[in-house]
Design a protein around this ligand. Structure first.
Ligand code: MCN
Length: 744
């Protein structure tokens, strides 16, 4: 197997005048040095992205040909017998650059005179959108108060445990490409490889194993994937590529860089009459399939009013291209809506003298208001947002806390409590996906009872640490009546899983994957019961499956093993009751049920150390309702992990680029990922309220990360309130907090 490494640009924005590969080719063991032109010659077309008509996109190549557009842009691939030879040769590839002015951020990119990343697009504005609901002018005209605030959310990385990796093997004789990758969307990647390499769709096989965490990354059809696939067709050797941590931080995808200006029209009692929100999103240089960058602005737009009664709402957004890593999805990619909404509510409360819990109660939908619709039109039913708020206040003992806080303030200490109450789409009601341009009404699973009686479920999901092999198996085992050890989950392989475009994402698994698996299991179980009834000469209605045996209820001695039934189904089809065919297999298409919202309230108690600007979290409480917990340990792990990432985003992690577009945080020495010792204990309480509209359970994978930045920033705002200052940015580095506390 040969080893591939990328030669990457040290310039943020430059024309490529030439790539000289001669010296690199002379390194012993080097098999090939492939430039952008070489890779392009192996493709049927450049890459592009299908987005809304309002999105300006130029086609782009997997390896740069004319220009580089970010530090780390690939300019060549070196293939060698050993990784060491590939690294040595990489140093000898000479690229002649003509530097161009960098576009290092939103401020420069919104200027239509800034140097365009994409000459054919004219400027760096990728998309502009404006929508409104209700009488926004009227709301602001009638308002007793108008509250304004600016919010800056910074750029972060996913920092998965393992960076990306791939093995690409092409067999020229059969025209077959095998692509093994740490990737969570094998089917869309297969489509892209087949289309761009001109290979027949069935001749491309993509499979993922344990991918070492993703958190929203590893779901994109990246330029690197296409380049490696193309390289494999050119060198006639299987290729192995392992991304370095530096590459992962520089080019695997960044997230969250968004600035929002918010105005709220409020009546004298603190009821929100209208909201005006203007958002700017830094999309980086290259759009990454499958989601156009404007999609993330659409998600924020649609979810921001959330479970609150907001009669009038205007949302405008501008998406810009900059010389930075591509903006991609990150766990709860719309999360800024919760920070913005929950923070502006607190600002309203502070200005009007209304407590944070009371301002929420006055604006949240309560159970008596349901069913309702969000301001943006999604149906809202079966939600328990207010119940989570009430319970969180009880857990905190809010009255006692306020007494302690007053005493602390009297001593000159800066102590604060922050709340964030929200509902998240998990998976959302059936009418939500169409609102954001998705056609995603169902999820499919295959079930097969093997000749041994084992149950095999094939799922859309590609687990990255969410424990799908456990939870889907648990639900299917319960449905069939077998021990969990008898169930196997097949996932991640384009050859053995149902075609789909989404796989894991949007906290859909708990409802959708479980629903599909249980549905398919129910269908094969119905076949089992028919066969067993025939064998036992009993009525199907009298049978039950217990511990892998089908038996007559109340007469356990009349039973037949599941394996015996399965053997008959597979090996003696003529013995089956009429209407049944050989085998025990079913496909189930599980439709998105009603409801689909998980509700939560996060509460953080903090103390700011004025001398250092440090923020200490003294308590962190999550009260949530995601329906039945299929696996309580996994649910708590998901919430805890999400909260930790949210806290890390606020207190530690931040990508920065300088004015020339140089990444200043290209290693873990500068990009600070906290360890468990830096983070607080999390108190979690589940309401597990029975819902009249949902499926088996609702998702929980993203909520931790959605609520944490909001609760933590609100707590710091509360602690700063006595000083008359409030946050403008989400990244609370000690120097920033110190400046707020001490002025300057
Ligand atoms: N679950 C449960 N009972 C519930 C709800 C959930 O037992 N009531 C279980 C589910 O069955 C599943 C797990 O909890 O095993 C998460 O389910 P769900 O909330 O539906 O989320 P998904 O499985 O769809 O995962 C998606 C979500 C997203 S979008 C990202 S990004 C993410 C995440 O979850 N990335 C992760 N969690 C992650 N966890 C790890 N360790 N690594 C990642 O990359």
């Amino acid at each position: 197997m040969a080893h591939a490494v990328f030669v990457r640009s040290s310039h943020a924005h430059a024309r490529i005048l030439g790539v000289d590969t001669a010296d690199a080719l002379g390194v012993p063991g080097v098999v090939a040095v492939l430039t952008g032109d070489d890779i392009a010659a192996a493709l049927t077309a450049p890459m592009t992205l299908v987005g809304p008509p309002s999105l300006k996109v130029a086609p782009f190549w997997p390896v740069a040909r004319d220009k580089v557009r970010l530090v780390g842009d690939a300019v060549a691939i070196v293939v060698a017998d050993t990784e060491a030879a590939a690294h040595d040769a990489r140093e000898l590839v000479r690229v002649d650059y003509e530097p161009l002015p960098a576009v290092p951020g939103i401020d420069v990119a919104v200027d239509v005179a800034s140097a365009p990343l994409w000459d054919e697009l004219g400027d760096n504005i990728a998309a502009i959108d404006k929508s409104s609901w209700g009488d926004v002018e009227g709301a602001f005209g009638a308002a007793a108060h108008v509250v304004r605030r600016r919010f800056v959310q910074h750029r972060v990385s996913h920092a998965p445990i393992e960076p990306r990796a791939a093995i690409a093997s092409f067999d020229r004789a059969s025209g077959r490409l095998d692509y093994l990758a740490s990737h969570k969307r094998p089917h869309p990647l297969k489509m892209a490889l087949s289309g761009l390499l001109g290979l027949a769709f069935p001749d491309v096989h993509v499979a993922a194993g344990d991918i070492g965490g993703g958190f929203g990354s590893k779901g994109q059809v990246t330029r690197d994937d296409i380049a490696l696939g193309a390289a494999a067709t050119l060198v006639d050797r299987p290729l192995r590529w392992v991304e370095s941590r530096g590459e992962n931080l520089a080019v695997a995808g960044h997230a969250r860089e968004e600035t929002l200006e918010v105005e709220a029209a409020v009546d004298p009692d603190g009821r929100v009459l209208g909201l005006r929100v203007a958002m700017t999103l830094d999309a980086g240089a290259y759009p990454m399939l499958p989601f156009p960058p404007s999609f993330f602005a659409t998600l924020v737009k649609m979810l921001l009013p959330n479970a609150y009664r907001i009669p009038a709402y205007e949302f405008s957004s501008t998406v810009v291209y900059t010389n930075k890593a591509s903006y991609v999805s990150y766990r709860g990619p719309w999360a800024v809506e919760t920070w913005v909404r929950e923070a502006i509510l607190d600002t309203i409360g502070r200005e009007l003298g209304i407590a944070p819990d009371e301002i929420r109660r006055r604006n949240l939908y309560s159970a008596a208001d349901l069913p309702a619709r969000t301001t943006t039109g999604a149906s809202l039913d079966g939600i328990a947002a207010r119940e989570t708020l009430d319970r969180a206040l009880e857990v905190l003992d809010i009255e006692k806390f306020r007494v302690e806080q007053r005493a602390a303030v009297a001593e000159g200490r800066l102590v604060g409590l922050g709340l964030a109450t929200f509902v998240e789409i998990a998976p959302g009601p059936p009418d939500f996906a169409p609102l954001v341009g998705f056609d995603l009404p169902s999820e499919t699973a295959w079930a097969r009872i093997e000749p041994t009686g084992h149950l095999t479920i094939s799922t859309w999901q590609v687990t990255q640490g969410q424990g799908h092999e456990t939870t889907i198996a648990q639900a299917a085992a319960d449905e069939l009546g077998v021990p969990i050890e008898h169930v196997r989950i097949v996932w991640g392989d384009s050859a053995s899983t149902p075609f789909n475009t989404i796989s894991t994402g949007g906290s859909r698994a708990a409802t959708m994957a479980t629903g599909a698996a249980v549905g398919a299991t129910r269908d094969v179980k119905a076949m089992v019961l028919r066969i067993a009834a025939h064998q036992l000469e009993a009525s199907e209605a009298d049978l039950e499956v217990v511990d892998a045996s089908v038996r007559v209820r109340g007469t356990p001695s009349r039973s037949v093993g599941l394996a015996d039934v399965a053997r008959a189904a597979w090996f003696a089809p003529s013995s089956l009751p009429e209407g049944l065919r050989q085998g025990l297999e079913a496909t189930f298409d599980y439709r998105v049920p009603g409801g689909g919202w998980t509700a939560a309230t996060h509460a953080a108690v903090v103390e700011i150390e004025g001398e250092t600007g440090g923020v200490r979290i003294d308590r962190y409480v999550v009260v949530e309702d995601c329906g039945v917990l299929i696996n309580p340990a996994i649910v708590d792990g998901q919430i805890t992990g999400g909260v930790m990432q949210g806290i890390a985003q606020v207190l530690h992690e931040r990508h920065t680029y300088d004015e020339n577009g140089q990444l200043l945080t290209g290693s873990f020495a500068d990009y600070l990922v906290p360890s468990a010792a830096d983070l607080p204990a999390i108190e979690i309480e589940h309401l597990e309220l029975p819902s009249h509209v949902d499926g088996i359970a609702r998702g929980v994978g993203e909520g931790g990360m959605i609520g944490a930045p909001a609760a933590l920033c609100n707590a710091v705002d509360d602690a700063l309130a006595s000083l008359g200052v409030q946050l403008e940015q989400q990244h609370l580095a000690p120097e920033y907090v110190h400046r707020l506390v001490n002025g300057g």
